[in-house]
Design a protein. Structure first.
Length: 66
């Protein structure tokens, strides 16, 4: 029962802006080798992100994202 519930929770892809911010950060790290999430800002629902010098960054810690 617990495994089925965890599978159900994980099958929803991105559930909220927190998940999106994590996904944007991991995508940027893997695909672009940078922490700048400019190309993935839409995953955050334009809520959970930080801006510094005109560049977009996740407001999540990289270790938590993985």
């Amino acid at each position: 029962m617990i495994v089925a519930f965890l599978y159900y929770l994980s099958s929803c892809y991105i559930n909220c802006s927190n998940d999106g911010s994590h996904f944007a950060l991991v995508s940027a790290l893997v695909n672009d080798k940078t922490t700048e999430i400019c190309n993935y800002i839409n995953y955050t629902a334009k809520i959970d992100y930080a801006v510094k010098d005109g560049k977009f960054y996740s407001d999540r810690l990289p270790g938590n994202a993985f």
